[in-house]
Design a protein around this ligand. Structure first.
Ligand code: TEU
Ligand code: CA
Length: 535
């Protein structure tokens, strides 16, 4: 039996930046509803929404103050119900973002827990300082310390992310009971599943100081622990009652750890987002980049293909810079964008695309820190400044790594504000919207968007692309190739990942090429082809 979620293409929406219906400069749920026909036309079947819950927005909704309420910026619960229903009418399901490692400090649980006598005290990690120092020496994901002192309660609380994101304490059994209620609340509304934020760090084995010299000091005390696996198995029972789907955002996992989280027989997550392929172009931390090399990248992807039963395939999301400037070519942006799409839809797994990827949106074109909104970028910029890193270098680091690169508003038209809003957008719009936009590409059969549409449909209708075995043939810095072996046929995918023409000796009947109608072994710059052979 093939599970339904293996066949669908997932489209990630970053609601703040997708479509603004009322001119306040912030994308919203009615805006998403107005674009459902557009998404249906593209052929995607699952829509993952980054958080739309009530939140003070210290981390754009990844700091939730009510899991069962919609942020007024995004609309109302009626709007949300309408979105679920309208999506369903078009054969699309909604995946909600589930952020349960932490809440917002504005969550009523946290507010109550500040009182040491409160029954909610144990929902979070409250600790006294040690000898005038913090409770332990851990460091946080956004840089710097991860304990914050609270006057009212006279103790520190743990936050692995921003100070406004206190970590939940799963030693208190009531916390998981609350989470289970939240799962049912949304599943009863008919959603298709959850994307589970930093899910493999929710259980902390201990709060002891770390003696290891790691970039993320303390990681060994909470990374993919048995407690997390146990929680996931309990959540899965509810998920299965509704035949829903889960994808875990699982940080720092290798293929072995990924399998422990998503091997079918373990009944935890259905799939995970690995990061190893996204970390090929970094030196230890993401703020220090090394040039992208296709050989290492493809080898890493192939290792996941060969060692994880069912992958997610993604090249972008709301935390990562855009893929074309990163993995593709300055000289051939649209050609290399097409090659990246070919990679996404011909590897084995559930493909994910991030809003704007299908039209080739690129990194922001901001010129100063004043234009940056991302809490992580602002923190890191501050840390670099206090470490006396020169201004030009600081800015270069932010430019190449900031999460705002992918968060600029969706480019719909060449008109006012790219058709995103009639007001002032919450984050700057990339100046290239006049040429890079949905309207310009929609009716052009040669456009990147049309190519995405073709590949989504091709994969959906090809048992070999869906289920065929994967075999790596070549992974050099200029040429990658692999084969998908299905029943009665083998499909060879050849990717010319460089700015030069190349001649290769792969053979077969041409199924599709990103830039030609025929194939004779010569590939244009960034050309991607699928060749078919009887097997
Ligand atoms: O990201 C988790 C995470 O590990 C990020 O800190 C990641 O390392 C970084 O963004 C890469 O640049 C998730 C969400 O996707 C992110 O948007 C949230 O800020 C974070 O969790 C906290 O909820
Ligand atoms: Ca709005």
């Amino acid at each position: 039996m093939h599970e339904w979620w293996k066949q669908s293409t997932v489209y990630q929406i970053y609601p703040r930046s997708f479509c603004d219906s009322n001119g306040d400069g912030i994308g919203d749920i009615p805006g998403i509803i107005s674009k459902l026909d557009e998404l249906q036309d593209l052929g995607v079947e699952l829509l993952w929404l980054s958080p739309v819950y009530a939140s003070p927005n210290e981390d754009n909704g990844y700091d939730i103050s009510d899991y069962c309420a919609i942020h007024p910026d995004f609309g109302t619960m009626e709007d949300m119900d309408r979105l679920i229903a309208e999506a369903k009418k078009r054969g699309m399901g909604i995946i909600m973002d589930l952020v349960i490692n932490h809440t917002s400090t504005a969550h009523p649980w946290f507010q109550a827990s500040r009182n040491p006598e409160s029954p909610y005290r144990n929902y979070y990690f409250w600790r006294k300082g040690k000898n005038g120092k913090l409770p332990n020496n851990w460091t946080g994901f956004f840089g710097g310390k991860c304990w914050e002192y609270d006057d009212r309660s006279g103790e520190y609380y743990l936050h692995l992310f921003a100070p406004h994101q206190p970590d939940l304490n799963y030693y208190e059994p009531k916390v998981l009971e609350e989470i289970k209620k939240i799962l049912r609340f949304w599943l009863d509304k008919g959603i298709a599943g959850f994307r589970c934020d930093v899910i493999n760090i929710i259980w902390k084995d201990s709060l002891e100081s770390s003696r290891k010299k790691l970039i993320l000091t303390g990681l060994e005390h909470y990374h993919s622990k048995e407690g997390t696996h146990e929680i996931l198995r309990q959540m899965r029972q509810i998920i299965d009652e509704y035949d829903a789907y889960t994808v875990g955002e699982t940080v720092f996992v290798d293929t072995k750890k990924a399998c422990d989280l998503c091997a079918p027989e373990r009944k935890e997550l259905h799939t995970v987002f690995g990061f190893e392929h996204m970390e090929c172009d970094q030196i230890i931390v993401k703020w220090f980049k090394t040039p992208h090399k296709w050989g290492k990248f493809m080898t890493t992807l192939a290792r996941w293909q060969n060692n994880v039963p069912w992958n997610t395939v993604y090249l972008e999301n709301h935390d990562q810079p855009r893929s074309i400037p990163r993995f593709g070519s300055k000289k051939y942006p649209m050609e290399s964008g097409k090659l990246l799409a070919m990679l996404t839809f011909t590897l084995k797994g559930t493909p994910y695309i991030y809003q704007g990827q299908e039209i080739g949106m690129t990194d922001f074109d901001f010129t100063s820190m004043d234009e940056v909104r991302d809490v992580e970028s602002i923190n890191i910029h501050g840390l670099l400044k206090s470490a006396c890193v020169p201004a030009a270098l600081r800015w270069k680091i932010i430019r190449t790594t900031s999460r705002d690169n992918a968060r600029t508003p969706m480019q719909w038209t060449s008109g006012y504000n790219a058709g995103f809003t009639s007001g002032t957008p919450w984050l700057g719009i990339n100046g290239n919207y006049r040429t890079v936009n949905v309207a310009a590409q929609k009716n052009d059969p040669a456009s990147l968007r049309s190519w995405y549409k073709t590949l989504i449909a091709l994969r959906k209708n090809s048992p070999t692309l869906l289920w065929g075995e994967f075999e790596l043939l070549s992974a050099t810095d200029t040429l990658c190739a692999y084969r998908r072996i299905g029943e009665g046929e083998a499909l060879t995918v050849v990717l010319n990942c460089c700015d030069n023409v190349q001649t290769v000796d792969y053979t077969g009947e041409l199924i599709i090429s990103s830039c030609a109608d025929t194939y004779n072994g010569t590939l244009q710059p960034w050309e991607a082809v699928i060749l078919r052979e009887e097997a």
